[in-house]
Design a binder for this molecule. Structure first.
Ligand code: ZN
Ligand code: ZN
Length: 312
């Protein structure tokens, strides 16, 4: 709540003195000491125990008001019709549209009208409370075989602790976790990327068919690469002696720019003994968000696109 609040009366764009009797009648009951007759109130304490130094000049200023003091500020503004000007905040609170017209021109655009019946300390707080800033989240660790797990939906922004390291890292892994000792709760992508979850819990995230790629690549894909939900079990594709890079789920429309991937799918379906017409119908029915669905990969070596089809 900034360092201070001014309550000021304005007329025709100028600050004018406030009604001293009204100011005194509002403030004296909150003074935690005997205010001598004719002396200004210099200190108020609110019902919640918070307090503020008070300075009377043309208006009334409250230095470092606690939360309860805002109720006193509100009461003073209600009683006198004066404006509430917040130090360190562009907002000016007034109680009517007519009061907006009395403000200096540069303050008018910053005015918020809160009718007297609604003007409370809480209302002041709500008007000036800084809008919540979106949380800044750290960079994700690199995943060479699944480079954008946020785009594919396998990692999401979240404010929750990781079931492995216990830290709220700002991101959470939402894909499948396999193994016998799968921890209760979700994992952060750092515990996936650095192999912590695999080491501590023996978990893995993807299946890789044996012998398709070097062991190191297979281990990285199994143990340190985000997986994604699939209908069927199948091995991670390989090309040019390495594991392929997962680009995301893809339907017929998303696959259209990749004739190499479609051709490869076509051959795969033909190998299942499907007639040509069935294969083409199947390819046209691929749906990014439903089933059958396709998964798009790219070879890390030659750049060829590969696709996998998946359905129950
Ligand atoms: Zn973690
Ligand atoms: Zn290749």
């Amino acid at each position: 709540m900034g360092s201070g609040i001014y309550v000021h009366a304005f007329r025709d764009g100028d600050v004018v003195p406030m009604d001293a009797t009204a100011v005194r009648e509002v403030l004296v009951p909150y003074a935690p000491y005997d205010v001598p007759d004719g002396e200004p109130v210099e200190w108020v304490r609110a019902a919640d125990g918070s307090d503020a130094d008070v300075y009377l000049h043309l208006g009334v200023s409250f230095d470092r008001p606690g939360p309860g003091v805002l109720d006193i500020v509100a009461e003073l503004a209600r009683r006198t019709g004066a404006a509430i000007v917040l130090l360190g905040d562009p907002t000016v609170i007034v109680t009517s549209e007519e009061d907006v017209r009395q403000l200096p021109e540069d303050l008018r655009a910053r005015a918020v009208v809160v009718p007297p019946a609604a003007l409370t300390g809480q209302a002041i707080e709500q008007v000036v409370r800084p809008r919540p800033q979106p949380r800044r989240r750290p960079l994700l660790p690199p995943f060479p075989y699944h480079p954008d797990p946020v785009a594919t939906g396998s990692v999401r922004a979240a404010d929750e602790p990781c079931a492995c390291c216990g830290h709220d890292q700002g991101w959470i892994y939402t894909g499948p976790v396999y193994g016998e000792d799968v921890p209760d709760g979700r994992l952060c992508p750092y515990c996936v990327a650095y192999g912590t979850a695999a080491r501590r819990h023996g978990v893995f995230f993807n299946d890789v068919a044996a012998g398709r790629m070097p062991d190191e690549a297979a281990r990285q894909i199994c143990e340190r690469t985000p997986g994604f939900a699939t209908w069927q079990d199948w091995g991670w594709p390989a090309h040019c002696g390495d594991g392929a890079v997962f680009l995301g789920a893809a339907g017929a429309r998303e696959l259209r720019p990749y004739p190499d991937a479609l051709d490869q799918l076509r051959r795969e379906c033909a190998a299942w003994g499907w007639p040509d017409g069935t294969v083409e119908e199947f390819l046209a029915a691929l749906d990014k968000d439903g089933q059958p669905t396709g998964y798009l990969f790219r070879c890390r070596v030659c750049g060829t696109h590969l696709a996998r089809a998946d359905f129950t």
